[in-house]
Design a protein around this ligand. Structure first.
Ligand SMILES: Nc1ncnc2c1ncn2[C@@H]1O[C@H](COP(=O)(O)OP(=O)(O)O)[C@@H](O)[C@H]1O
Ligand SMILES: [Mg+2]
Length: 326
């Protein structure tokens, strides 16, 4: 990065939720990353790995347990809500379920006007103009502005949510599984739109998905999350071409087409993802890792640098014994 502060920088982010009997859910356990303007970071991991929690933390929709969030170089970790309000226009989130995200009794036009009313002091006429521009931009038919959410398809509703998110020209957009609830046939169109918007707006994007293929398609860099810890991260191409952490290898091999020439052998994940309630010390993947060493259970392995910001936290990498082969 050329001296410019990243749009988003999170350091050692921790989130614990209270659970029954005074126990705690260790949802996010010390996650750090940065996103530059115009960059898309893909956040992948199985269900329950803490992806959505990270999205809610960085948009300050929930409070952190520990760690820090810098937005444009400014520490917003515990910024009071009154001051956060002024920043809401610049930090937007799109959720998986567009049906749940929209008020069923509000027309699409009003839903699009709402963020402009809340976050700008534009007059009604200017807002109307901006709204039409944005509707066109996300390829929503103008006739749909008079309609109610139940009259639109899922793909159109997600376009409405994306339009709402970009209406205030944010610098950071979190997309939490934005295509996961949509028919396969409309996903590509939404991804294409997001790609266009990224180029046009220069917004930083955090793209959350459990779907590796989608993440590979849209991301400049990828973070692989396992039980609230980033086990591997790197430029998309490098990470997909040579995944270093045994967990990433397992994840990618489960996703491979059944090709006998495929570079990676397929691996069955060993057992279930453990409960995040009582996390043992050491590598989060140790209980399922075919290559586990006694030392893996003793402390969190340090991140091993593989070049160009490709890093993985696995003790096996140092001597090259991290490869899973059948
Ligand atoms: N509000 C909450 N209260 C208690 N536990 C929660 C809450 N939100 C999430 N969790 C737990 O935190 C972990 C991470 O959840 P989440 O961030 O939703 O994962 P993902 O989005 O990767 O599926 C899960 O074990 C989940 O059950
Ligand atoms: Mg989620």
């Amino acid at each position: 990065m050329t001296g410019q502060a990243p749009i988003l920088a999170v350091r050692d982010l921790v989130k614990r939720f209270p659970a029954a009997k005074g126990a705690q859910v260790h949802a996010v356990n010390g996650v750090s990353f940065e996103i530059a303007a115009g960059e898309t970071i893909g956040l992948v991991g199985e269900s329950g790995s803490g992806k959505s929690t990270i999205g809610l933390l960085v948009t300050r929709l929930i409070a952190v347990t520990a760690g820090s969030i810098l937005f444009g170089g400014r520490d917003i970790t515990t910024l009071p809500e009154a001051e956060m309000r002024a920043l809401r226009a610049e930090i937007q989130i799109v959720f998986q379920d567009p049906w749940g995200a929209l008020n069923p009794r509000m027309t699409i036009g009003r839903a699009l006007d709402e963020p402009l009313m809340l976050h700008t002091d534009l007059d009604a006429q200017t807002r109307r103009k901006r709204m039409l521009e944005i509707a066109d931009r996300v390829r929503l038919p103008r006739a749909s502005l008079e309609r109610f959410p139940h009259e639109l398809s899922g793909g159109q509703l997600q376009r409405v949510c994306i339009a709402r998110a970009i209406a205030t020209r944010p610098k950071l957009i979190v997309l939490d599984e934005p295509t996961s609830s949509l028919d396969l046939s409309v996903r590509a169109g939404i991804l294409q739109l997001l790609e266009e918007l990224r180029k046009e707006t220069g917004a930083a994007m955090l793209f959350i998905s459990h779907d590796l293929e989608t993440v590979e398609l849209v991301s400049d860099r990828v973070l692989v999350l396992y039980l609230g810890s980033v086990v591997e991260q790197g430029p998309t191409e490098a990470l997909f071409a040579s995944p270093a952490h045994p967990y990433t290898q397992t994840l990618l091999s489960a996703n491979l087409p059944p090709d006998p020439e495929a570079k990676l052998a397929r691996h069955r994940a060993l057992g279930e993802i453990p409960s995040p309630i009582n996390l043992p010390p050491g590598c989060a993947f140790a209980s399922r890792c075919p290559l586990v060493l006694p030392a893996c259970r003793e402390g969190m392995p340090a991140s091993h640098e593989l070049g160009q910001g490709h890093r993985a936290a696995c003790l096996r990498i140092a001597d090259g014994s991290n490869r899973l082969v059948d």
